[in-house]
Design a protein around this ligand. Structure first.
Ligand SMILES: [Zn+2]
Length: 66
């Protein structure tokens, strides 16, 4: 049997984890529709895609090592 300890009260971590979605958002806007370019992973690797997909299908290659 496993001794399962459930921490029901966790009031300690509150301020640290602000949602950091910005990691995957490019700092440029989509040149076509001014939407957000977000990092996506397709079968060919990672790329930036417009957040308005499929209405806008703009994509941009991810720069790897400059
Ligand atoms: Zn767009």
């Amino acid at each position: 049997m496993k001794a399962v300890k459930q921490a029901t009260r966790s009031q300690t971590n509150s301020t640290k984890n602000r949602s950091r979605q910005d990691d995957s958002v490019l700092h440029r806007a989509c040149p076509k529709c001014n939407g957000k370019l977000t990092l996506k992973t397709g079968r060919y690797g990672k790329f930036y895609g417009c957040s308005h997909y499929p209405a806008c299908r703009y994509t941009e290659n991810v720069k790897v090592n400059g």
